[in-house]
Design a binder for this molecule. Sequence first.
Ligand code: FMN
Length: 299
Amino acid sequence: MRPAAYHSHFNPVQSAYRRLNFTKSILNFSPTSAMDQPRNTKAPWRDLLDSHLKQNSGYEFNIATIAHDSNGDPVPRVRTCGCRGFFPELELHPSGQKDMDEQVAEAQNPPVYESDMLTFTTDARMEKLDQLKSSARAIEAMFWLKDTMTQWRVKGRAYHIGGPSDPEKKFYEHLARDQIGKGLRVKEDQDGDTAKWTWESAVTRYFANHSPVMRGSFRNPPPGQPRSEEPSGPNLKLGQRVTDLYDPIARGNFRVVVIIAEDVERIDLSNQEDVQREKWTYVESSHGLGHWKNADLWP
Ligand SMILES: Cc1cc2nc3c(=O)[nH]c(=O)nc-3n(C[C@H](O)[C@H](O)[C@H](O)COP(=O)(O)O)c2cc1C
């Protein structure tokens, strides 16, 4: 027999609510909270990371993905990449801007959007894109920013754009634009026309941000293949300079990778006696809404 106190505290409304929550948890349903906002609302860590990046002279980051060995077991892969800031904002080098003015002219994007999504560029022939494809797009990006004595780890999912948009192959490109588009927000205090903004022009701007020699690297022989093997055509060779922003071979290989963060962690080593470790986790609700949960952790 249950103790009397159990009956005296029994509340049918609370009980029904508990049953409802239990059912929701079974269905993997996370209820919205008062803090929930659209995915493109500015993340609480964004300005701090941005200010740390600006205080450091150069910022490469390490990009980790998951590959699979010959047994099909997951294995880590990591490499250095140049961080290109938050998509789609990019301050061009004057010569890159000149190329945009001459070759893209009126079709340049108005500076209407910003986001919390870090970017880097890559060659579609490298391994990381296939690894993203075969591992639910899982990625981890890590900075050690020595000038601010801070390590930042950004875990999430990455999508790449700049691929073929012809009818047969456009499925992935559209999926990627759709996912990245959810993270774009219109900047405050701007009067540009969002209808004039295009994905094509955004990718071209990233290509223009590379020097002619770096643009030429997208016409290199296939990355990672033995030098002893002849490239498939005479157009693929080292040391080419590309001034044409629409060079079909280079643009055929050029991609912009955009990271949608789900978990961000900062370790501040500036005071060795009191190292700070702070973590933000994105908690998504079932209505396309969510919020960042913040926690201070022991280092
Ligand atoms: C300083 C530095 C910056 C680099 N930047 C990039 C970059 O922005 N994008 C990129 O794909 N590779 C970059 N690389 C080359 C990569 O580290 C790596 O060798 C290449 O991407 C092939 O990797 P994967 O085959 O695992 O994809 C950079 C290397 C160094 C040392």
